[in-house]
Design a protein around this ligand. Structure first.
Ligand SMILES: *Cc1c(COP(=O)(O)O)cnc(C)c1O
Length: 361
C-alpha cells in the first residue's frame, strides 16, 4: 500500500503503527467483540481507555497533580469562548497577537469583557514573535493569552512572555507534545489534537485546579463550564470516544519513542534539514525570522506566484501533498509534526533541489 507524505497543517499524519493497531482492533477491541466506536462510554472497557489516556499524557508531560486534564469537543475554537467565560472574573484579559488564531481568540474574548491587545506582530505579516519581556500587562488582567506556535505563519515562542505574575493561557494546538512543556508555567494549556496528536474532534485542556470554579460569566452554557467537565472526569456527556482512544495510542507511541525530550531532538533534526536547505537555496526562502522559527510549520516562498503553484502541483504528483501555503502568506508551508518521518523531510528536500535545478532562471 502506497502512503503519501502529508505536509498538511491539520488534520495531519498519524503514526502508521497507531493506524495499524486501530485497524487490527476495528471489529473486535480486546476480546469485547465490538469496536471502540460502538462501545458505551460508561463501560468498564471504555473507562480503562480514557483513564490510560490521561495517565499516559500526565506521564509524558509530567503534569502536576494540581492540574486537571479534560478531553473536550468544539475544537480549539470553542476554547476561544470558554476561556473568557470561565476565567474573566475581573472582566479583563491581555492578548498577544501573533497570528490569525491569536487574533480570533482575542476577537471572541471581546464578546465577554475587555480584551486588550498588548503586543502584535501584524506589522510584518506575523513573521516574528514580539519582545514579551516587559509588556504593559493590565493590573486587573485575569490572564495573559498566547498562541504558542503559530500554525499559519510558522513562528514559535522560544521563551514564554513575562506575565508579571498573571495567569498564562496558551493555545498549543500545533506544538502539542512536540517537545517538553513546563506545565507549571501555565494556568491553562490547550489544543485541538488534529495537528499533532490524533483525529479531529478532541480538544485537550490542561488547567490548574484553582482556575476551575463555579464562578463563571452569567449565561455560560453548562457544556462550556470547566467545572462540569472536571467533576465528571470528561464524561459529563458522551465524549469524542473514538478520538480519545486514538490519542491514547499516540501517547503510548510517544512514550515508546523515548518521550518528549526525544521528540524534541528528533523534531529539531528534522526541521534543520529543511531550514538548512532554505538558507542556502537561491530559489526557496523561509518567511520567518530565524530566531522565532517553528519546528512544526515551515512556510517558504520562491517569490514568484506561478513558480509556487507549479511547485505545489509537481510535489503533489510525487506524493508530497498539501504543501500549499496559507492564503495570507502565499507560497508553501510544510507542516512536519511528530508523525512525519525524517525520511519524508529528506525526500522533500531532494525534490526541492531537483525542482530548483530544473527551473533555475
Ligand atoms: C488549527 C488551529 C486552531 C483551530 O482549531 P479547531 O480545532 O479547528 O478549532 C486554533 N489554534 C491553532 C494554533 C491552530 O493551529
Amino acid at each position: 500500500m502506497e502512503r503519501v507524505y502529508n505536509f498538511s497543517a491539520g488534520p495531519a499524519m498519524l503514526p502508521v503503527e497507531v493506524l495499524e493497531e486501530a485497524a487490527a482492533e476495528m471489529l473486535n477491541y480486546n476480546g469485547t467483540g465490538e469496536s471502540v466506536m460502538e462501545m458505551s462510554h460508561r463501560s468498564k472497557e471504555y473507562q480503562q481507555i480514557i483513564d490510560d489516556a490521561e495517565a499516559d499524557l500526565r506521564d509524558l508531560m509530567k503534569i502536576p497533580d494540581n492540574y486537571k486534564v479534560l478531553f473536550l469537543q468544539g475544537g480549539a475554537s470553542l476554547q476561544f469562548a470558554m476561556i473568557p467565560q470561565n476565567l474573566m472574573k475581573n472582566g479583563v484579559a491581555d492578548y498577544i497577537i501573533t497570528g490569525q488564531w491569536a487574533k480570533k481568540a482575542y476577537q471572541e474574548a471581546q464578546k465577554y469583557g475587555k480584551a486588550v491587545a498588548i503586543a502584535s506582530s501584524a506589522d510584518k505579516t506575523f513573521s516574528y514573535i514580539p519582545d514579551c519581556s516587559d509588556l504593559p500587562i493590565d493590573e486587573d488582567a485575569d490572564y495573559v493569552y498566547i498562541c504558542e506556535n503559530n500554525t499559519i505563519y510558522g513562528t514559535k515562542y522560544k521563551t514564554l512572555p513575562n506575565t508579571k505574575g498573571k495567569t498564562l493561557v496558551a493555545d498549543v494546538s500545533s506544538c502539542f507534545l512536540s517537545e517538553p512543556h513546563d506545565v507549571e508555567k501555565y494556568g491553562v494549556i490547550y489544543g485541538g489534537v488534529q495537528k499533532n496528536i490524533g483525529p479531529a474532534g478532541v480538544v485537550i485542556v490542561i488547567i490548574r485546579e484553582d482556575l476551575i470554579t463555579e464562578d463563571v460569566l452569567p449565561g455560560t452554557p453548562t457544556m462550556c463550564q470547566y467545572k462540569i467537565h472536571a467533576d465528571a472526569k470528561s464524561l459529563y456527556n458522551t465524549p469524542p470516544a473514538y478520538g480519545i482512544y486514538i490519542c491514547g495510542k499516540v501517547f503510548k507511541w510517544l512514550k515508546k519513542q523515548g518521550g518528549l525530550a526525544a521528540m524534541k531532538e528528533r523534531n529539531e533534526r528534522k526541521a534543520k534539514i529543511l531550514y538548512d536547505f532554505l538558507d542556502q537555496s537561491s530559489m526557496f526562502h523561509g518567511t520567518v525570522v530565524k530566531e522565532d522559527r517553528s519546528l512544526m510549520n515551515v512556510p517558504f516562498v520562491t517569490g514568484d506566484k506561478d513558480l509556487d503553484a507549479l511547485f505545489v502541483k509537481e510535489a503533489a504528483a510525487q506524493g508530497f501533498i498539501n504543501l500549499k501555503g496559507h492564503r495570507t502568506v502565499g507560497g508553501m508551508r510544510a507542516s512536519i509534526y511528530n508523525a512525519m518521518p525524517q525520511e519524508g523531510v529528506e525526500k522533500l528536500v531532494a525534490f526541492m533541489k531537483k525542482f530548483e535545478e530544473e527551473h533555475q532562471a
